[in-house]
Design a protein around this ligand. Structure first.
Ligand SMILES: *Cc1c(COP(=O)(O)O)cnc(C)c1O
Length: 400
């Protein structure tokens, strides 16, 4: 494809408010595991919309769902029920421990909903308790309240004054969590794998301990599964690998497979919004719900999860071999949310060279690479990506 005015990145980038550093590439099309830029150069994509494209780029089932639903009904308003909304809510509840769903447009908005629901529950059932314990290095979104909940150090000085009522404690530290509980505490909110922090899993005993603490102190347990949900960690939801009975789970990213939809899913015993407390113009719109239902149907298909676990194991074996060869460090994560410590190499530098070589990666930290491929990954793409990565590491090693 010729570079044309639409794709002239250099000329037009100044029309955008700069919010992040981007390479001078403009992606034109995607197909499965690959993205193609304005020069039609192909890239093996292990970012996939930021752990979003569950089935890869532009899968047939999503195209069909969009076409069918857009011809039938796009938005009757949030004041009315629609069929895809009802069906998707049923699918989420029937395949989890939860009973009720509130749909949103982003993960941050789902977490906002969880924070509001916890505060409402505290007003109604816990003498106005409102404080929520969150964890250092956590990430919960970019609205003001979710930035306030987030434990990322870089967020601390921004946009003051923040929303108050968040107590941050060290992750995987049960004793610190217990000492942070006071009369005003209403909930504990955590990611079961801290994704943005660099793919740091919660320990089994820590989560079991949190669950027990919440029961003992009558607190709500909120799991932010925006990144870990929808098969990403090898079970439909990550909480299913832990001994815990969360009251609230938030979903986003993989739920839409690439389109904007997210959700707060709750235990009906704590349901307490009154009419008017919560809502949103696009929330539960049939177009996004229909696409999400089509994605979820694929993820729930016989054998889909087993393949994630098989390919994850193969991926980890290949990463181990690479680590051995180039002196990289530990591998972290579960399913297809994996990371590796880059040892003597710079993560961001690997990312740049890999992109030039045709492999899209993310470095959540200076010393780590994160892998978030489509869940339809096979051994073939693992081999291809590992070979590209080995090429990059060979170049960097030679330059040392
Ligand atoms: C991405 C992410 C969010 C925010 O989701 P948005 O859709 O970007 O608002 C919240 N929590 C976690 C764990 C995430 O990974």
């Amino acid at each position: 494809m010729e570079s044309n005015s639409v794709t002239d990145v250099v000329a037009k980038q100044n029309y955008l408010i700069p919010i992040t550093k981007r390479p001078e590439l403009c992606f034109i099309r995607g197909a499965g595991h690959y993205l193609f830029d304005q020069h039609d150069k192909g890239y093996l994509d292990w970012i996939q919309g930021w752990a979003v494209n569950t089935l890869g780029h532009s899968p047939e089932v999503m195209q069909q769902a969009l076409i069918k639903q857009s011809a039938q009904l796009i938005n009757p308003s949030p004041a009315f029920y629609n069929q895809p909304m009802l069906e998707l809510a049923e699918m989420l509840c029937e395949n989890s421990r939860f009973d009720q769903v509130f749909f949103t447009n982003s993960g941050a908005e789902a977490n906002e909903g969880a924070i509001k629901l916890a505060r409402k529950w505290g007003q109604k059932h816990k003498h106005g308790a409102f404080k929520i314990i969150t964890f250092q290095h956590s990430f919960h979104g970019r609205t003001l309240a979710t930035m306030s909940a987030t434990g990322k150090e870089a967020f601390a000085p921004l946009f003051e004054p923040k929303v108050s009522g968040f107590t941050k404690v060290p992750y995987n530290d049960l004793a610190a969590t217990e000492s942070a509980i006071d009369d005003q505490t209403v909930a504990v909110m955590l990611e079961l794998i801290q994704g943005e922090a660099g793919v740091i899993p919660a320990d089994a005993e820590f989560v079991a301990g949190l669950d027990a603490l919440c029961k003992q102190h009558n607190l709500l347990l909120i799991v932010d599964e925006v990144q870990t949900g929808i098969g990403r960690t090898g079970t439909l939801f990550a909480y299913q690998q832990y001994q815990a009975e969360p009251h609230i789970m938030t979903l986003g990213k993989g739920l839409g497979g690439g389109v904007p939809i997210a959700a707060m899913v709750i235990d009906k015993a704590i349901s307490c919004f009154d009419p008017g407390d919560q809502g949103g113009t696009y929330n539960g719109n049939p177009l996004m719900c229909a696409v999400s239902a089509a994605v979820l149907q694929e993820v729930l298909a016989e054998g889909f999860m087993a393949q994630i676990n098989r390919v994850s194991e193969y991926f980890c074996q290949q990463l181990s071999a690479l680590a051995e060869e180039f002196g990289l460090g530990a591998i972290r994560g579960k399913g297809l949310l994996l990371a590796i410590n880059t040892g003597p190499f710079s993560g961001p530098q690997i990312v740049e060279l890999a992109r030039e070589a045709g492999l899209l990666l993310n470095a959540p930290r200076e010393d780590s690479l994160r892998f978030m491929p489509a869940l339809t990954l096979t051994e073939t793409e693992v081999d291809e990506g590992i070979a590209l990565l080995a090429g990059v590491l060979t170049t960097l090693k030679a330059a040392k």
